[in-house]
Design a protein around this ligand. Structure first.
Ligand SMILES: C[S@@+](CC[C@H](N)C(=O)[O-])C[C@H]1O[C@@H](n2cnc3c(N)ncnc32)[C@H](O)[C@@H]1O
Length: 234
């Protein structure tokens, strides 16, 4: 087993990692994006620096920067040690080693902490949680969810996943979710059933290979759009 975690941890990734994980094009980056469960990722901070629009939603944003920082540093060494002990389960191409991975995660978190209080005041970091989001219908072009759904299949049941995806599809024109593996590196047991159920509800669902793989075998995202699945008459 690659990593075991008792609860969902605030661990974050960079804009470049987001671009790769969910195949964001320049056109995608110019749209209105909601990042659900962004935690201490620097995606929002970096996007803001480039003049792009991202709102991040996470229950952890009810905490201060110092409190999130405390949670991050309480788990980072333990996670890196688990990764170091299972190095063959990881692909060392983007991040070259467990030490480089730790450095990258710490740098991302620092960028997030620097931006966090100002971003909160500007409404870019919003307290909220799946499966209910406080946005109007189709408020966003794109909803992203990285390292929450499917990854934590042992913590969040199938019904939660379905409700969460339908809710993201309510607030955004499309949804992209990465990865499709669980913490133990198996494909989430919910993926196949979810594809079938979403298609039965008329959605178009694609499993897309992406240019990012850290968990070995974890280089796929789920791309969901409304209206062109099995129930479509078009
Ligand atoms: C492992 S972090 C991933 C952070 C970021 N998406 C990334 O990939 O870098 C998972 C995040 O999901 C958040 N989370 C947990 N339950 C949630 C829920 N029901 N709705 C939205 N976010 C949630 C946690 O607070 C945490 O910040």
């Amino acid at each position: 087993m690659a990593v075991t975690l008792e609860k969902i941890v605030p661990f974050g990734r960079s804009l470049d990692e987001y671009r790769r994980m969910v195949s964001l094009s320049d056109t995608d980056l110019g749209g209105k994006i909601v990042g659900v469960g962004d935690g201490p990722a620097s995606f929002n901070a970096e996007m803001h620096g480039l003049g792009n629009i991202v709102v991040s939603v996470d229950p952890v944003y009810q905490l201060s920067a110092g409190e999130i920082e405390g949670q991050f540093y309480a788990v980072v060494d333990k996670i890196i040690e688990q990764v170091r002990a299972s190095q063959e389960d990881w692909v060392w191409s983007y991040h070259r080693s467990p030490d480089a991975l730790k450095e990258a995660r710490v740098e991302v978190a620092r960028n997030f902490f620097e931006d966090y209080e100002r971003g909160k005041r500007e409404g870019r970091y919003v307290v909220g949680e799946l499966p209910c989001l406080e946005f109007g219908d189709r408020h966003y072009d794109l909803a992203l969810c990285s390292h929450l759904l499917f990854l934590y299949s042992d913590h969040l049941n199938y019904e939660f996943h379905l409700a969460a995806i339908l809710e993201m599809l309510r607030v955004a024109a499309e949804v992209r979710i990465f990865p499709l593996l669980t913490l133990s590196l198996a494909r989430s047991p919910y993926v196949e059933r979810m594809v079938g159920e979403l298609e039965d509800r008329g959605m178009s669902v694609e499993i897309v290979e992406v240019d990012y793989e850290l968990q070995r075998g974890g280089n796929e995202m789920m791309w969901v759009r409304p209206g062109v699945g099995r129930l479509s008459t078009g």
